[in-house]
Design a protein around this ligand. Structure first.
Ligand code: ADP
Ligand code: MG
Length: 387
């Protein structure tokens, strides 16, 4: 086994295009047997194209297949069918220890008896580098994560955030082409997690490496990802930039999982050929995109911060303010219009508004912020090809 030369700079991206060195998952399936003798489809026909140098986030609830996908890329799990490519090279048949990827897990898994520097040196030493090359590599990696002064400490003498930075330095010291991160910040408290998110994003930008980052936390995904893939039951529900995922969800699952949203199923009308709805006894509102309406209804999602109570947007309908919660930055209101409930986030100043439970209010919205969702499949789809 001849080790690759160890480099961390942007040389690859300077000489090749992103496409050539992207990470592609093609039609991956993976099922596990349950103790009861059933099958869990952890991955069900997953295809993804991750660009070189991209901060790519896999987002979804617990059990949707994120770890299975990451472990498969790392070579710790084998697909039932499907392929993995790095650029044009197929890598899913290469043994885990020889794949040009490295993984950071939630648990730090540092060697407790070794110093920070020895922990970082471990990989390069295993690759057979000279003493001088290992030392240079360790110094470079510790500088990268701003732990130059901590090299002779033991992991137990570091804070949680510092330990996680050592884990990163150790993973990067092997000069992977792709860094895989499985909920690496989940064990940290909120303030430290936010700080580490900023550091990770900065580290990824400075190294130009491809990061594949797993999280179940939608806020973390929006904050970190260049693009996000939302997974639902082993399937890719949607791939897009944080803004696309948040502003233009395609399915009910994505709309519901990311951020707060109101989801309304309303009779679908056609006026002048345009898909139109009425909320309770409000006016007809033309929707910004057309979707099939096989059962005569359309489901729309709307974000609470896109709705207003102060008359500054066209009216959707008039109803009763049923609850309000003061949050400091805004007031979170619920308005009932007939059998429809809308959540509305009202930003300050509130003085001009008569905000009190029981008040009659008119909810307004720019029609472009009403997002029609793809109709749900009527029955569970037949899963051809998966076992
Ligand atoms: P996530 O990381 O998104 O929480 P996982 O990839 O860990 O999800 O798991 C996906 C599904 O596969 C879950 O239903 C889980 O219980 C199941 N699963 C994962 N690994 C195994 C295993 N080794 N044996 C049996 N079932 C598994
Ligand atoms: Mg997991």
């Amino acid at each position: 086994m001849s080790p690759e030369p160890l480099r961390i700079e942007n040389q690859r991206s300077a000489t090749t295009t992103a496409r050539e060195n992207g990470l592609s998952i093609a039609r991956a399936t993976k099922a596990f047997e349950t103790p009861e003798g059933g099958l869990v489809h952890a991955l069900d026909d997953v295809s993804l194209d991750i660009r070189e140098g991209e901060f790519f986030v896999l987002l979804g609830p617990s059990g949707c297949g994120k770890t299975t996908l990451l472990r498969s890329i790392a070579g710790l799990e084998v697909f039932d069918s499907g392929e993995i490519y790095l650029g044009t090279d197929r890598i899913d048949q290469i043994p885990a220890h020889r794949r040009p990827v490295n993984t950071v897990f939630q648990s730090y898994a540092l060697f407790p008896h070794l110093t920070v520097a020895q922990n970082v040196a471990f990989g390069p030493q295993m690759d057979g580098l000279s003493r001088a090359a290992v030392d240079a590599r360790v110094a470079e990696m510790l500088a990268l994560v701003q732990l130059e002064a901590m090299g002779s400490r033991k992991p137990s003498q570091l804070s949680g955030g510092q330990q996680q930075r050592v884990t990163l330095a150790r993973a990067l010291a092997k000069d992977p082409r792709v860094l895989l991160l499985d909920e690496p910040l989940a064990a940290l408290d909120l303030k430290l997690r936010r700080q580490m998110q900023a550091e990770l994003k900065d580290l990824q930008q400075r190294t130009g490496l491809t990061f594949v980052f797993v999280t179940h936390d939608q806020e973390e995904a929006l904050a970190l990802g260049d693009r996000i893939a939302v997974l639902e039951h082993g399937r890719v529900a949607q791939v897009g930039t944080p803004q696309e995922i948040y502003e233009t969800p395609e399915t009910r699952f994505v709309a519901d999982f990311i951020g707060e949203t109101s989801i309304l199923t309303l009779p679908a009308l056609r006026e002048d050929g345009r898909l139109t709805v009425r909320v309770a006894d409000g006016p007809a509102v033309a929707l910004p995109r057309d979707v099939p309406t096989p059962d005569g209804t359309v489901t729309i999602a709307v974000r609470p911060e896109r709705l207003v109570l102060d008359g500054t947007a066209p009216p959707l309908g008039t109803g009763t303010l049923t609850s309000m919660v003061y949050m400091g930055t805004d007031v979170r209101c619920t308005v009932s219009l007939g059998d429809v409930e809308l959540r509305v986030r009202v930003a300050p100043p509130y003085d001009a508004l008569d905000l009190r439970p029981g008040a009659t209010v008119t909810v307004g919205a720019d029609p472009r912020s009403l997002r029609p969702l793809d109709p749900e499949p009527v029955a569970a789809p037949v899963r051809a090809g998966s076992r």
